[in-house]
Structures are given as structure tokens and as C-alpha cells.
Unconditional design. Structure first.
Length: 419
């Protein structure tokens, strides 16, 4: 998920574009792609169980709702530790911290792959969530510090490209690999990729100093900044609604007779998400509020189709397209809204957004598991519809601060996720 930016100053690595020198105009693409791969691993590790739940459940000898808590415990690990660990390691060299975080993924995914004990698997997933908390608090700021000032937005966009790639290609590929060779192979593949990435980071990514004490963000005063609370509320509820369905999508499709199509449907969802990210990147300056409303309405329409017409296979795929179009740009929209609303406290607003995002993912795993056991998976679309009502109400209400129709002019470059 989206990041709580590293607040260390970028002045030392962001020369004035008018001062000359061709090298100063270029982005360090090879290093930025290493960060994008780190983002890919972080995002895919978080969501990979969504396409593998039935097989994982069988091998771990627990119910599918219990297996779904592997997503929950990951999110809990991130939510509980992102802010305190970020503060505790703020003075660390950035490269050392990034290598430590990615090393945590290598260990956690390896243990997940070889474990046949549910409790050990959950512990490994919690460790992966802790590693994610460190990584998310670091990666966006790291990317900015590699670039000259006028290219920092593009540098961040390249690094964050790992999110849609994980969503559109990683989860479906992991699902196909799990169906073909077994779910543990999908996690071992993640370990192999992480080991290669550690070598890549060590060889190609520049190092930067940590943050001074005076630069570290303060959280609680930020909640009093107009617009921040509505954005955080929308983040919490929108992500909760999405996760309830996404974390159990394999089980839901099984129950409606499409269990063999999970990988294909996730691929369709991911492709639509990529289109959504492109549209949001092109229009976010002029239509942040409209895009957020439109995203919520599209996800609601998808949920309505799944709730009422899931017996028609073609309409299930139509719902996946609408869901992807509505959801794909949401991380960019909410991150941008939080930064704009926070103003001088943007870093604090982003840190809280990351924490609440993962609280919502944990809550989605828990609520979805309870619904699955008590009511059944057909309750998921109806729950999504119910939760999106307050999301739409708050976005429409917070037209002055939080979700204005146009973004305020701040003098900073907009992050274009398709740049």
C-alpha cells in the first residue's frame, strides 16, 4: 500500500535543473527500478494469499476463514509497528534500513512456504507485515532523494509502479503458479526474487543518511488540520469494504461455481486497475473529488452485480472490470488527498494513512472471516455496498477540505503513476 514518506531533506540530491549538466537531468532508472521491485514484493506478499486460500487451507488443516487471517495478521504487523519502528530507525542509513526490511521478507516468505503449522505461518506473516511497515515508511522518500527536484514526482511514480504490477500481474501469476506447482512454490518464488533484489540494492542503489530529530513528524496535531480526518475516515472504510471481498475472492468464486477461474478473474481485475491508474494520473489535478466519487460508485456497481447477478458468468467478469476501474486509482487518490489536506503536516497525514490502511486490511480479514462462517460468502457484496454509503457521504460532504473538486496549487509536482 501507499507510503508514509521519508521526511529527510532531498536538497543534497536534487540539484536545480537550470544549473546545467546533462547528468543532472536524468533519473537513476536502474536504482529506481530496484525500488519498484521492492514495492512489488511488498504489495504481492501482502495480497498473494487471496488467490491461494483453498489450497493453503487444506495444507494447513484449518478453515478458509482462518487461512484468510494470514492477510489480517500481515496488516496488523504493519499497522502496529509502522509508526514506532519508523521513529526508532529514523536515524539509520537508508540503504541499511532497506536491506534489513527486504531481508525480513526473504525470511518470512521462506518460513511461510515451508511451514505446515498454522501458528508458525501466522508468525511468519506477522514478521512480513513488520518488514512492510519499515519498507513503506522509506520507499517513496528514498525515490525522491535520488532525483533532481523537478523530477522527484516521476521518480516516486516509477518506484510506486510496483503496486499496479503486483495487482495486475503478480497476484494472478502467483495464483496460476500455486494452482500448477503448489502454493508454497509461489512463496518460494518470492524469496528467490527478494534475494536477487538484495544483491541489486547493494550494487546499484545509492545510500543516504537518516533523519535528524527535528525532522520527524508529529501525528496527533495533524488530526486537527481541516480535511485530514475525512480523508482518513474514507481510507479506513473504503479499504475495509474492498478487503472483505478481495481477501476471500477465491472462496467467493468457489461458492458461486467459478473456483477454477480465480487467476483469470484477478487478471481481468488487475488490467482494469491499470487503466484506472492511468485515468487517475491524467485527471487527478482537475477532478480529485469527482474521481473519488466515481471510484466508489463503480465499486458499488460491481458489488451490486455480484450480489444480484452472480449466476451469470459474463456479468461476474463485468463486475471484475468495474471493480478494477473503481479501485485501481484509489491509493493514488487517497494518498494525494491526504498530502494536500495535511499541508505542512503532509508527512504525518501520510503516516497515519498507511497505518489506517493496514488497520482496515486487518479488519477486512477479520470481518470477512466472521461473515464467511456465520452468513456465507454471498454476504460479501452486500457488505461492500453497505460500507460504501458512508464513504460517498463523507466525500460529498468534505468538498471544502479533504476532497475539493480541484487540487490546491502547492508548487509541488503531482505524482503521475503512469509517468
Amino acid at each position: 500500500m501507499s507510503t508514509a514518506p521519508d521526511t529527510a531533506p532531498a536538497a543534497a540530491t536534487a540539484p536545480d535543473p537550470t544549473s546545467g549538466g546533462e547528468a543532472r537531468q536524468r533519473l537513476p532508472l536502474f536504482a529506481l527500478l530496484a525500488l519498484a521491485t521492492a514495492v512489488f514484493i511488498t504489495s504481492l506478499t501482502e495480497t498473494l494469499p487471496a488467490g491461494l486460500l483453498p489450497a493453503m487451507s487444506q495444507d494447513l488443516r484449518v478453515s478458509e476463514s482462518a487461512t484468510g487471517q494470514t492477510v489480517t495478521v500481515y496488516a496488523i504487523g504493519t499497522a502496529l509497528t509502522a509508526i514506532p519502528l519508523t521513529a526508532a530507525t529514523a536515524g539509520w542509513r537508508r540503504k541499511k534500513l532497506l536491506l534489513t526490511a527486504m531481508g525480513g521478507f526473504a525470511v518470512a516468505n521462506t518460513v511461510t512456504a515451508v511451514s505446515t503449522v498454522y501458528e508458525l505461518t501466522m508468525a511468519a506473516r506477522f514478521v512480513a507485515g513488520v518488514a512492510a511497515g519499515l519498507a513503506w515508511a522509506l520507499l517513496a522518500g528514498y525515490a525522491r532523494r535520488m532525483a533532481p527536484a523537478h523530477l522527484q514526482g516521476k521518480a516516486m511514480a516509477i518506484a510506486m509502479a510496483g503496486i499496479p504490477v503486483a495487482l495486475s500481474l503478480g497476484v494472478p501469476a502467483g495464483t496460476f503458479l500455486g494452482d500448477w506447482l503448489g502454493w508454497s512454490v509461489a512463496f518460494l518464488a518470492m524469496t528467490a526474487l527478494t534475494v536477487l533484489l538484495l544483491v541489486w540494492i547493494a550494487a546499484a542503489v545509492p545510500d543516504f543518511p537518516g533523519q535528524g530529530r527535528g525532522e520527524r513528524p508529529k501525528m496527533l496535531p495533524t488530526l486537527r488540520v481541516p480535511g485530514v480526518t475525512p480523508v482518513l475516515f474514507v481510507t479506513l472504510v473504503f479499504v475495509l469494504a474492498h478487503t472483505i471481498l478481495y481477501a476471500y475472492i477465491a472462496t467467493y468464486l468457489d461458492d458461486i461455481g467459478l473456483g477454477g477461474s480465480t487467476g483469470l478473474l484477478l487478471l481481468v481485475f488487475g488490467a482494469a486497475s491499470l487503466a484506472s491508474i492511468w485515468i487517475v494520473g491524467a485527471q487527478i489535478n482537475r477532478r480529485l473529488r469527482g474521481l473519488t466519487v466515481g471510484g466508489a460508485l463503480l465499486v458499488a456497481l460491481a458489488a451490486a452485480l455480484l450480489a444480484l447477478l452472480s449466476d451469470t458468468t459474463a456479468l461476474v467478469y463485468v463486475a471484475a472490470v468495474l471493480w478494477g476501474l473503481g479501485w485501481g486509482g484509489v491509493p493514488t487518490l487517497l494518498q494525494t488527498a491526504a498530502g494536500d489536506a495535511g499541508g505542512e503536516s503532509a508527512d504525518s497525514a501520510q503516516a497515519m494513512l498507511v497505518t489506517l490502511w493496514n488497520v482496515a486490511m486487518a479488519g477486512g480479514g477479520i470481518v470477512g472471516g466472521v461473515l464467511l462462517d456465520v452468513v456465507g460468502s454471498t454476504s460479501f457484496p452486500w457488505t461492500v455496498l453497505l460500507l460504501l454509503l458512508p464513504v460517498l457521504a463523507v466525500v460529498l460532504y468534505a468538498r471544502r477540505a479533504g476532497f475539493p473538486s480541484r487540487r490546491p496549487v502547492t508548487g509541488t509536482e503531482v505524482v503521475d503513476p503512469v509517468a
